[in-house]
Design a protein around this ligand. Structure first.
Ligand SMILES: C[S@@+](CC[C@H](N)C(=O)[O-])C[C@H]1O[C@@H](n2cnc3c(N)ncnc32)[C@H](O)[C@@H]1O
Length: 235
């Protein structure tokens, strides 16, 4: 390599998959400063353990996801796939994807053949086979996506679901007369696209005419507000 080329190559930062996922998500996903620590699966999982009430995930699975024997699940923004701790062993299949390579690496190491994991971003994910899933999960990801990528999420979910199948979403939300601490915490989330209930529902209704939603106030050990939506793919 000539001297000029060597000098130039020192100036161009190496683009790793880590840099790629940070740079492209910059608008609706904030992970600089202290928040960058949460890109490490171990720290993200520790924070979840500290903040989540111990019964929350179990209740969400039992009352909202409602898996059944043999059901095939697609998890969009699966993170380290901790949800598998609470999913029954008799589901038919679990496929998860997430843009964070460390989360996916940890999920693969931890769960091995219990799941299929892919490191992919919402805006570049390949469409799964049409109608090949019974339940699609989007737990905590919509508030990281601008309206265009959120529209894509609903499109991927709609395509992946069989008729009668359902998409379940679960995100922090702004509501009227919100507990001030809940609002303060939500405004500091890594996801910069937190919406109102009406905002989330309007996005869902573009493809899913049948949407039910609940506001949950008791998911964390601190005041917090969550919107869970169930969107059914009509026949
Ligand atoms: C709050 S975490 C939830 C993770 C997991 N569903 C859980 O319940 O622990 C949000 C996840 O969405 C992922 N994510 C955010 N934007 C994404 C995008 N554009 N494409 C794919 N994954 C994304 C993040 O990497 C993160 O794992």
């Amino acid at each position: 390599m000539g001297r000029l080329a060597a000098r130039l190559s020192r100036r161009i930062p190496k683009v790793t998959s880590y840099h790629l996922f940070r740079r492209r998500g910059a608008m609706s996903h904030r992970d600089t400063g202290l928040l960058a620590l949460l890109n490490q699966a171990a720290l993200y999982r520790l924070l979840q353990r500290l903040l989540l009430r111990s019964s929350t995930r179990r209740r969400v699975v039992r009352d909202i996801l409602r898996p059944y024997p043999g059901c095939r699940i697609l998890d969009i923004g699966c993170g380290p796939a901790d949800i598998l701790e609470d999913l029954p062993g008799d589901i038919g299949a679990y496929h998860g994807f997430d843009m964070n390579p460390d989360y996916i690496e940890v999920a693969r190491r931890r769960w091995g053949p219990r799941g299929h994991f892919a490191c992919q971003r919402m805006d570049e994910v390949a469409l799964p086979e049409q109608g090949s899933f019974d339940i699609v999960l989007a737990i905590g990801i919509l508030h990281h996506l601008d309206d265009r990528d959120a529209g894509r999420l609903f499109g991927v979910a709609h395509h992946a679901l069989r008729p009668g199948g359902r998409l379940v979403t679960y995100d922090n939300v702004y509501i009227e007369n919100q507990n001030p601490l809940a609002r303060w915490l939500i405004a500091r989330d890594r996801g910069r696209a937190v919406r109102t209930r009406e905002g989330y529902e309007a996005l869902a209704r573009q493809l899913f005419p049948q949407v039910e939603s609940d506001i949950l106030h008791d998911t964390l050990r601190l005041p917090y507000t969550i919107l869970a939506m169930r969107c059914v793919k009509t026949l």
